[in-house]
Design a protein around this ligand. Structure first.
Ligand code: UGA
Length: 443
């Protein structure tokens, strides 16, 4: 099948590479000429395990190519995936200018039937706006060409994107057209041993499914963080509570790990955008607002704990940070808890000495050279001459530590652990003060 994909970000590139890998002919198009040149030379602009090999193997086999030529791209595929970014507007709603610009391009250059597939995370009603945009351009051109627009949201996680795409729980397609149903069946046929994995539904239901899924997951995280904060104050261990509630299959063990708040390009943006959409239809989404509020507060907790450990005086201190990315296996620092912490530390006059296995370059890109930030190349170097250690990301490399050694490194033997990596007893026996999330020892 011939497939065009607009946008070579996370979703576009993973979709393109995975679809090419099962034998489809895929053309990826982007307005960023530099990015396309890098992709053509085999360089992957993002860190995602397995993606480089998948892209390069399929490009070498001739099934996956890249272009900036929008006319050729519209000509190429019967399926036209829109996978461009939808950054938040100033008011928190999704900015659709890139999605609608692609719709305009498709309308401008199509010369036969096209099935347009919204893959970007877009508010309910966007498919109608895409349809309207294409129809208007066709009218301007005096053409009456046939086309359809469907919604096919993506549920992949950064760091596990290929696995999630190929073995995800479901493929959701929102459409009212039998022709599109057939085309999407053909597109995903290689993945669908279990027919029920391909779920057809109404366009608006598909659009809302994407936001509802992310909002539900974010709610689970804010919920357990709320319980953790309570546990901290009540002298209970949230890890025991987590096991206790997770054993009920109606609750389940997944996605109830307490931490220093959710980040990334999706949950914060999508929860806000859905609350905003609710406002537009005169509904106050109280739960969503609370989920967002709890998360905002949770991101401050690392700094607050440090502040209490140092009796409010962090000026001139050096704080070691293990982990900068919003989660392991990515170099993404968008809305990462590490940023809230670093920015608060700098305001308080402290210095940061940080190590992350993948996000160092990204951190440098975001903050540049500054006297109060040292980006070092190993976890050992981060704690050298530091006053305390904070863990922001649960990378594997931070899991095993010689606490005796660590105690010797730190000025004040304090670990603030935003990810509950260690057994509190073991750490405390080694003579360190250990402040995890919801583990009974409130500072
Ligand atoms: C999320 C969803 O999990 C995907 O299903 C969805 O497709 C994607 O957003 C999207 O909309 O594109 P992602 O943002 O890559 O994926 O990251 P997650 O692995 O879901 O983690 C999000 C945040 O929640 C991280 O900051 C993580 O540390 C935090 N988290 C996760 C917790 O604090 N506790 C948990 O139990 C799980």
């Amino acid at each position: 099948m011939k497939i065009t994909i607009f946008g070579t970000g996370y979703v576009g590139l993973v979709t393109g590479a995975c679809l090419a890998d099962v034998g489809h002919d895929v053309l990826c198009v982007d307005v960023d000429a530099d990015k396309i040149a890098r992709l053509e030379s085999g360089e992957i602009p993002i860190f995602e395990p397995g993606l480089e090999e998948l892209v390069n193997t399929n490009a070498a086999a001739g099934r996956l190519s890249f272009t900036t030529d929008a006319v050729a791209a519209v000509e190429f595929g019967t399926l036209q995936f829109i996978a461009v970014g939808t950054p938040p507007d100033e008011d928190g709603s999704a900015d659709l200018q890139y999605v609608l610009a692609v719709a305009e391009t498709i309308g401008r250059h199509m010369n036969g039937f096209k099935a347009v597939v919204d893959k970007s995370t877009v508010p309910v009603g966007t498919a109608d706006r895409v349809r309207e945009t294409i129809a208007n351009v066709l009218e301007e051109r005096g053409e009456t060409l046939d086309f359809d627009v469907c919604s096919n949201p993506e549920f992949l996680k950064e760091g596990a994107a290929i696995e999630d795409f190929t073995h995800g729980a479901r493929f959701v397609v929102g459409t009212d057209s039998e022709r599109v149903r057939e085309l999407m069946r053909e597109c995903y046929a290689p993945y669908i041993r279990l027919q029920e994995k391909l779920m057809f539904m109404d366009v608006r239901a598909a659009e809302l499914t994407k936001y509802a899924a992310n909002a539900m997951l974010a709610t689970k995280i804010s919920f357990i963080n709320e319980i953790a904060n309570l546990a901290e104050r009540l002298g209970a261990d949230v890890e025991q509570v987590r096991r206790g509630i997770g054993s009920d299959p109606r609750i389940g063990y997944h996605f109830i790990y307490p931490g220093c708040g959710y980040g990334g390009s999706c949950f914060p943006k999508d929860v806000r955008a859905l609350a905003r959409t609710a406002g537009e239809v005169q509904y106050q989404a109280q739960l969503l607002e609370a989920v967002e509020g709890v998360n905002h507060r949770q991101k401050q907790t690392l700094f607050e704990k440090l502040e209490r450990a140092f009796d409010g005086d962090l000026a001139g201190r050096t704080i070691a940070l293990w982990g900068l990315a919003f989660k392991p296996n990515t170099d993404d620092m968008r809305d990462a808890p590490s940023r809230t912490l670093m920015e608060a530390l700098w305001r308080a006059g402290a210095r940061v000495q940080a190590y992350d296995p993948e996000a160092m370059e990204e951190c440098h890109r975001l903050y540049g050279d500054r006297d109060d930030l040292a980006l070092v190349d190993a976890r050992e170097a981060a704690v050298e001459n530091a006053d305390a250690l904070v863990i922001c990301t649960e990378w594997k490399v931070f899991r095993m530590v010689d606490f005796g050694w660590l105690k010797q490194q730190l000025g004040l033997p304090v670990i603030v652990d935003g990810r509950n990596l260690y057994d509190p007893e073991t750490v405390r026996k080694a003579g360190l003060l250990y402040f995890a999330v919801g583990r009974g020892d409130s500072l």
